[in-house]
Structures are given as structure tokens and as C-alpha cells.
Design a protein around this ligand. Structure first.
Ligand code: NAI
Length: 477
């Protein structure tokens, strides 16, 4: 049967944060937009296998943990609740469905067409959609937003492909909380899952190939998370080389690894989770038919406006391998939409100021430069402020957190900030705003905050940095 052919202005390949915001933006401009999604709904990895479900599970894990801290807050009832996994999964499913339905409704209200099926290139202007009912449709479009996202990386470890080895997506569907779990990879995902599982009551062993977990993070922040995981009884082995993953039964696994000193070890656990990075989801798409050559990491290379080497095809989101963060993908998506209609985008990709948060305990949030940048920038300074000196922090029970700001002593301009502790992800927002707008310590310190709120950690931090700046200038004003 000859497939039906539909002409439109824009095809969005993928229904995640890389495609949907831009597609909606274009639909608002009156363009005819078709969005093609191979999964069960709109939302992408973020909604179905990433940010949202992991935070739903972490919310439960953190609340469970809080109960054990009751005596600290004058409560005598401190027994640890059991985790009701079916009801937790039910809660997760409801939130996910609400979000996916909301996204689909928003697209429909904009007269967009949502097509569920798998999209592939036929030519630079044509995409074939293999729909679930097996019927094919060819979409011919002036512009294409190719945003198929990313997928968990495979690792060259014997046994890593054995059915039953968990990816992060599998772990989020767990039928029950394992008593013991080995996590391979101490990056964002590995550390968030270590926090999740230890707080759900599992014994966790975290294995990392590099000398330190969270190796891409500010070293002070990474060290704080490391100490906290250790205090929460997570076993951490760094500089290890994994030899083999061996299955005994579905609930009994052995991970063989070698230490930097050459000692061979075996860790046995009920589950093994691999969290060793993500790669662009480019494998099953015929990019060459569109005239696109993949990069060395199998990513789709783009210019500073998200355009591929074929100018009417844009690749926002994880697929371009620049920044695998949902909020970066959403912004890239809107920037490419602006570029498509000939507007000067709000900013180019390289101008984006993108904060990130690691939802460990303590929570880590970071934007812009971190302490490692001081080495190369002689006029930059680092100022720290401890949560322990803040009233609200003491009230909420966090006397270990800290915030640090990196600033230029010549101009007072803020270059970066890290917050490690309660509500770090919320506290980083004002610094993100300040850096986006090129603000100085004085600009940022002008804002009056209510009292008593955690934000006072940041205002005290700014005051301390301003004092340092005055001292450097020899000016006490
Ligand atoms: P990652 O690249 O951040 O960390 C992977 C870790 O696994 C690295 O430390 C690496 O050295 C280690 N590793 C790799 N192969 C190994 C092996 N064979 N044995 C032992 N260790 C090994 O990747 P991750 O954590 O999987 O996250 C992927 C992406 O997802 C991140 O880049 C991040 O952008 C995004 N993400 C963001 C989150 C957030 O914003 N809160 C949360 C989770 C993920």
C-alpha cells in the first residue's frame, strides 16, 4: 500500500523537552506542526524515565528518611515506615499520566497534530512515520526539529547485557525495593540512585571507575555528597575496573571488580544498576538520507543556533550531545523555533546560562564557573558561607550545607555559584538570574529578602564577598 503523504510546515521528531516547547512555539505563530512520538505519550525521557519519576521516588525516600530524624525535632515517634511499592508506583503513574495528558491537551489546543509512531528520514524534507497500527504516513515538511533524545549508554563489561541488569529506567519500575543493590557509575544518576535506595532501606554499594564520584562537579560539592553518602551507610569504591557482572538468579548477582592496587573483589547483591552515562539516540534513524553526518560520539552536530549541516533540520536537546539536561533542551527547542521564523533568538546555545541540580542528600546546585576556574582566572575569588550561620537552616536541621560564589574582584561580577544543602535547587535561581544579566555582587545584594528564609544564606554570602571586595580595593564603603 502506498503510504499517505501529508504536507506541513514543521515536523517535530520526538515528543520530549527538546521538541515539544519549540513545536508549540511554532504552532502559536500559526505554522502547521506535526509532532511524532514513538512512546506512550508526550514528555520524553524526562517525564517517563528520568527527572520526574526519579524525583517522585526520591520524595518518598526523603520523607521516609525524615521520619527517622524525628527525635532531632522533638518527636518521639521515629519508627521507620515500610515502603509500599505498589502504591508508590501508582502515585508515580498518576503524576506521569497527568503531565502527559496536559502536554497533549496543550498541543491539541494549538491545533497541532500528534502522531504516535516511529519516525525516520526518507529525504531531507521527508519523514516516514511507522504507526502502531502498522500503517505508514509520509510527512513532508519545510522544517524538521529532530529531537529523539538520549538513551542509557552500554558499557563494555561482560554480563552487562544480561537481562535483569537494571538501567535507570528499569530501577524506576522496581517491583520491590531490593535489600542490596550495586550501582555501577558514580555520576549524577548513580549518586541520585544511591541516595534513593539507601533512603528506601537498601544496602548500596557504589562503584566508580574514576578516582572520585561526581568527577565533573565542583570538588567541594562532590566531597560533601561523598561524605554524606558514606554517613548514610553507602559503600563507595572508586578507581575500580569492573571485570564482570554475573547472574546467579534474578535476585542474586555478583559484580567482579579490581581496585587500583590490583586487588580482585566480588560484591554480591540482589540487583545491579548501570548508570554509566547516556548517549544520543541516533542509532535507528537514517540520518544519511537527510544528508546529516553523525559526530564521533554518535551525536548530531549543530551550530550555535541548533542547525544541523542541513539548514532546515534542527537538532535541539540531548541528541546534539551538548548538555544532557531537560531544561537546556527546552530552551534550545524554543531558540531553534525563533530561528526558524527568522527572529533573532533570545540567545545562542553557547550564551545560555544553564544551572543544574543533583538531587542527592545534600542537594547540589551549580551555575556558571566553579572553584576549578580560579586556577585560570587570577582576578576571580571564591567566597563561602555555611548554612550553620543561618537561622532558617538551623530550623530545618541543615547545619552542614554551604553556598559559594565565584566573583571577579576587578568588576565585582558574579561568575558562578554552588549551593550544597536544603533547597539548593531553589536557591540557585537568583544567581542564575544574576549571571544571565551580567550582575555584580552589589546588584544582586540589592534585593531585599523576607526573614527568616533560607535565601538569607545567599544574601550573607554576598555580603561576605562584598566585604572581601572592599578590603581588596582598600575601600571600606
Ligand atoms: P555521567 O556521565 O554523569 O556519570 C557516569 C559515571 O559512570 C562517570 O562518573 C563514569 O566515570 C562512570 N563510569 C562509566 N563507565 C563505568 C564503568 N565501566 N565502571 C564504573 N564506572 C563507570 O552519567 P549519568 O550519571 O549516567 O547521567 C547522564 C546524564 O544525565 C548526565 O550527563 C546528566 O546531564 C543527566 N542527568 C541529569 C540529572 C540532573 O540534572 N539532576 C540527573 C540524572 C542525569
Amino acid at each position: 500500500m502506498i503510504p499517505a503523504k501529508i504536507s506541513c510546515d514543521v515536523v517535530a521528531l520526538g515528543g520530549g523537552p527538546g521538541a515539544t516547547p519549540g513545536a508549540q512555539w511554532l504552532a502559536r505563530q500559526g505554522l502547521r506542526v506535526v509532532i511524532v512520538e514513538k512512546g506512550v505519550g508526550l514528555g520524553g525521557t524526562c517525564l517517563f524515565e528520568g527527572c520526574i519519576p526519579s524525583k517522585i521516588l526520591l520524595e518518598t525516600a526523603n520523607r521516609r528518611f525524615e521520619v527517622t530524624q524525628g527525635t532531632h525535632f522533638g518527636l518521639s515517634q521515629t519508627s521507620t515506615p515500610d515502603v509500599d511499592v505498589p502504591s508508590l508506583m501508582n502515585r508515580k503513574a498518576k503524576i506521569l499520566a497527568t503531565r502527559a495528558t496536559g502536554a497533549a491537551r496543550a498541543c491539541e489546543q494549538l491545533n497541532m497534530t500528534i502522531m504516535y509512531g516511529t519516525a525516520d528520514f526518507l529525504s531531507p524534507h521527508e519523514v516516514v512515520v511507522r504507526r502502531r497500527d502498522q500503517s505508514d504516513v509520509i510527512l513532508e515538511a519545510k522544517w524538521i526539529l529532530a529531537a529523539p533524545g538520549s538513551t542509557a549508554s552500554t558499557v563494555p563489561i561482560p554480563g552487562a547485557q544480561t537481562p535483569g541488569v537494571w538501567s535507570s529506567a528499569d530501577a524506576l519500575q522496581m517491583p520491590q525495593v531490593p535489600k542490596t543493590i550495586t550501582i555501577i557509575g558514580g555520576g549524577y544518576i548513580g549518586c541520585e540512585f544511591a541516595t534513593l535506595f539507601t533512603r528506601l532501606g537498601a544496602k548500596v554499594h557504589l562503584l566508580e571507575a574514576l578516582p572520585h564520584i561526581l568527577a565533573t562537579e565542583d570538588p567541594f560539592a562532590a566531597q560533601a555528597v561523598r561524605s554524606s553518602l558514606l554517613a548514610q551507610q553507602v559503600e563507595i569504591s572508586e578507581s575500580v575496573s569492573i571485570r564482570q557482572i554475573e547472574k546467579e538468579t534474578d535476585m542474586a548477582w555478583n559484580v567482579h571488580y579490581q581496585t587500583a592496587q590490583g586487588e580482585e573483589h566480588i560484591v554480591s547483591s540482589q540487583r545491579v544498576l548501570i548508570a554509566a552515562g547516556r548517549r544520543p539516540n541516533t542509532k535507528d534513524i537514517h540520518w544519511e538520507k537527510a544528508g546529516i553526518h553523525l559526530g564521533t560520539r554518535q551525536e548530531v552536530p549543530v551550530n550555535d543556533y541548533g542547525q544541523t549541516e542541513v539548514p532546515h533540520i534542527y537538532a535541539p536537546g540531548d541528541v546534539n550531545g551538548l548538555m544532557m539536561l531537560a531544561h537546556a533542551a527546552s530552551r534550545q527547542s524554543v531558540l531553534v523555533a525563533q530561528h526558524i521564523v527568522g527572529q533573532i533568538p533570545t540567545e545562542s546555545f553557547s550564551e545560555m546560562v544553564v544551572p543544574h541540580v543533583i538531587f542527592t542528600a545534600p542537594e547540589v546546585a551549580s551555575v556558571g564557573a566553579d572553584s576549578r576556574s580560579l586556577e585560570h582566572n587570577p582576578t576571580w575569588k571564591l567566597t563561602k558561607w555555611p548554612y550553620a550561620r543561618d537561622a532558617r537552616a538551623l530550623i530545618v536541621g541543615d547545619d552542614e550545607g554551604f553556598a559559594q560564589v565565584i566573583w571577579d574582584h576587578k568588576t565585582g561580577q558574579i561568575k558562578g555559584m554552588q549551593v550544597v544543602g536544603e533547597q539548593a535547587g531553589e536557591l540557585i535561581l537568583t544567581a542564575t538570574h544574576a549571571i544571565t544579566h551580567g550582575e555584580t555582587l552589589t546588584d544582586m545584594a540589592k534585593t531585599i529578602h523576607p526573614h527568616p528564609v533560607l535565601y538569607e544564606v545567599i544574601s550573607e554570602l554576598l555580603n561576605a564577598a562584598r566585604l572581601e571586595q572592599s578590603a581588596i580595593k582598600g575601600d571600606a564603603s
